[in-house]
Write a protein that binds this ligand. Sequence first.
Ligand code: C2E
Ligand code: CA
Ligand code: CA
Ligand code: CA
Length: 279
Amino acid sequence: AKTAGRNTLRFFDPDMQQAVTARAALESDLRQALAQDEFLLHWQPQVDSQGEMLGVEALLRWKHPQRGMVSPAVFIPLAEETGTILPLGRWVLETACAQIAAWAARPETAGLTVAVNVSVLQFRHPDFVDQVLAELDKAGANPRRLKLELTESLLVSDMEETVTKMAALKRRGVCFSLDDFGTGYSSLYYLKRLPLDQLKIDQSFVRDLLSDPNDAAIVRTIVALAQSLGLHVIAEGVENESQQQFLAEHGCHAYQGYLFSRPLAAEQLQAFLEARTHA
Ligand code: C2E
Ligand code: CA
Ligand code: CA
Ligand code: CA
């Protein structure tokens, strides 16, 4: 690298080369990670105004043998590009359905919902509906306890297909939340046509709710919109009581965020539940 003069075009930037190599290594590790049992789910509670548990969101974690925990913000996009998201997404569904079935055994936990993030590639797959139903059946899980979190970009690419798939799952009781709401391309037209149950206010609007009047206005508008369309609404990224109070005052009564709990490993979730529900 020393030989490259100041004005020389460097085709082999060592930093870039390193980044490309690291990415390729991560990509090939990702292909094997599922077989090697390196994935796990963390569960983040969703609660109501009284602090009562409504359910959890399943959040994927990758425990890499050398690198430690790799963030989903890093590996989900890679998994999407390489197609690994298909078996991985299926594993998440399988694990979520097993959790629903396990909770069904006790009255204190039987009503809890499990929210699962669905990627574009996964949703677009021709077998998506059958796969979800197969995992519910296999676990003996009540479909009403499964909530699928979809993003706006996922919904708009083929309206007909989207509506058909959602309707098929809804007929069986599965419900749908529109994740990161307000950050994508949603139009009122989509909101009207899609069989949604819930809007999830993106954390970027919640963060500065109390200092940024635009964010406050957006949040109020989303809540009002949800109400007039007959949809539930939940806020994510709720970190302090003033945010929660603002949300509650403006009609949002379901929350997720560090104020209530970080995403929890299975054993931690059990302890959290015992404290909350006397389960
Ligand atoms: P997301 O679906 O928007 O999930 C919410 C993210 O916000 C999670 O990050 C969560 O840990 C974080 N979070 C929760 N409460 C707070 C809070 O109070 N403050 C702040 N600052 N952050 C909070 P995480 O777990 O790193 O996941 C990142 C993204 O990765 C998720 O964003 C989702 O898009 C994706 N993801 C995670 N698991 C899966 C999965 O199983 N399948 C797919 N397709 N995507 C997943
Ligand atoms: Ca989500
Ligand atoms: Ca989100
Ligand atoms: Ca997000």
